[in-house]
Design a protein around this ligand. Structure first.
Ligand code: FCB
Length: 459
């Protein structure tokens, strides 16, 4: 028996997905191509040559998937809208094919009593906009704001919670610096311009949406990492400053404090200059928010200086090319990410303490393990249960210490296309057999349903 814990009344429990990772139907009903279609079809880009062409076939099976959530008693569902379904070329009027699909999905959620929590951009930039230069171009921010305004005008009556971007750090640095995500470019200067234009697009989009419906809630989701120096050596402290600057403060400061952090700007100058940051941009980025989404998976332990075999370089840290990531001896998930529940506590407390932050939601947390379906049809994923249990407890401690945390979405509802890993990593509460599209709730799904029902862990 473990200690029971309870969350505040009204705490939101949900599961999360993203369009490209689950929908499939990549060319149906007028959908245009996105950078992930192009990237996943590029030989060598995604493990085993996997693509999102079919994925979980959610486009056709959404009724069954919503039914699963209803049976499990999950009250909220975070999902993303596919920009290339709604604007196949990244501009112009909304396409009826995409509008029809999201209308059907929202009808189904409404009938099941599940609250929709919508992300406008979870990485699937229309390929036409990448062809015009992508996020490193300022115009992409303007296109995003137009897309947001058009979608919001059509769906505002049905969607109370609007998230602009999911993890702009990944879009900018995995997409344009290390190139392990779409569009697969390796251009540090471009990645820094992309980060700025993503934030600018966010600010413009929130302003446009709020102008017509100030009664709805607007936010953004960031992936945040506590960043710890491996030792008291000043070189390690400097490494931690740079990585924290680029991973966390480069996004938190302009969004919540109205300006880029001076030390990060100084790091950035020799790489990309600062001419892309125009007068007024910081003010635009700092539009008031109703919600901040926090995605938490792991922490970074870093050191400066020369690598040896215990260290790995993270090529996405363009502002810290000489920094090495330390592999601690702690247990890891199948992604190789250190399991460190206290890091969620540290992250939530840090955001609340260092910033004038709006209410927080954990919009993603979860783990990949090598799940197997046993002969009796059950998936005994005790490791995932333990992982979530530890992180829920860390969240409860943060609340007890004064953090205004209002909800928690588990990544993910079901196994899906895990970006550069293709189908080789399973994050779901529900197992998906990709050959038959059969869904099987894992033990963790039932356990999570119990947590959501009890609004806590009963012991
Ligand atoms: C996050 C992404 C999400 C999923 C998880 C594992 O960075 O937002 O789509 O891939 O990682």
């Amino acid at each position: 028996m473990t200690e029971p814990i309870t969350f505040p009344d009204g705490f939101v429990w949900g599961t999360a997905t993203a369009a490209y990772q689950i929908e499939g139907a990549a060319t149906e009903d007028g959908r245009g191509a996105s950078i992930w279609d192009t990237f996943s079809h590029t030989p060598g880009a995604v493990r085993d040559g996997d693509t999102g062409d079919v994925a979980c076939d959610h486009y056709h099976r959404y009724r069954e998937d919503v039914g699963l959530m209803r049976e499990l008693g999950i009250g909220a569902y975070r999902f993303s809208l596919a920009w290339p379904r709604l604007q196949p070329q990244g501009r112009g009027p909304l396409h009826p094919g995409g509008v029809g699909f999201y209308d059907r999905l929202l009808d189904e959620l409404h009938a099941a009593g599940i609250r929709p929590w919508v992300t406008l951009y979870h990485w699937d930039l229309p390929q036409a906009l990448e062809d015009a230069g992508g996020w490193p171009e300022r115009d992409t921010a303007l296109r995003f704001a137009e897309y947001a305004a058009a979608v919001h005008e059509r769906f505002a009556d049905r969607i109370p919670d609007w998230t602009t971007l999911n993890e702009p750090w990944c879009s900018a640095f995995l997409g344009y610096a290390s190139g392990v995500h779409a569009p697969g470019r390796r251009d540090p200067a471009a990645s820094l311009r992309a980060a700025h234009h993503l934030l600018l697009g966010h600010g413009l989009a929130v302003e446009a949406m709020r102008s017509t419906r100030p009664d709805l809630r607007y936010g953004i989701t960031l992936n945040l990492y506590p960043t710890v120096a491996a030792s008291a050596d000043p070189a390690d402290a400097e490494a931690a400053r740079r990585v924290d600057g680029q991973s966390n403060r480069l996004f938190l400061d302009p969004l919540l404090a109205g300006r880029y952090p001076a030390d990060v700007l100084a790091d950035l100058e020799p790489i990309a200059g600062t001419a892309h940051i125009r007068d007024g941009d910081e003010k635009q980025i700092a539009v008031p928010l109703d919600v901040l989404g926090v995605n938490y998976y792991t922490r970074h332990v870093v050191r400066g200086g020369k690598p040896d075999e215990d260290f790995e370089r993270d090529a996405s840290w363009v502002l810290a090319p000489d920094v090495e990531k330390v592999r601690t001896g702690a247990p890891r998930t199948e992604m190789g990410w250190e399991i460190h529940p206290d890091g969620l506590y540290d992250t939530l407390v840090r955001v609340s303490r260092d910033y004038d932050a709006p209410p927080l939601f954990v919009t993603e947390n979860g783990a990949a393990f090598a799940d197997v379906v046993d002969a009796d049809g059950r998936v005994r994923d005790q490791q995932r249960i333990d992982f979530l249990d530890g992180h829920f407890r860390a969240a409860a401690r943060a609340i007890a210490d004064g953090v205004d945390l209002r909800g928690y979405f588990v990544w993910s509802l079901m196994d899906n296309f895990e970006w550069a890993w293709g189908y080789a990593r399973r994050f779901g509460l529900v197992h998906v057999d990709y050959a038959t599209q059969q869904r099987t709730p894992k033990d963790s799904a039932r356990w999570f349903a119990g947590v959501a029902r009890a609004n806590g862990i009963t012991g």
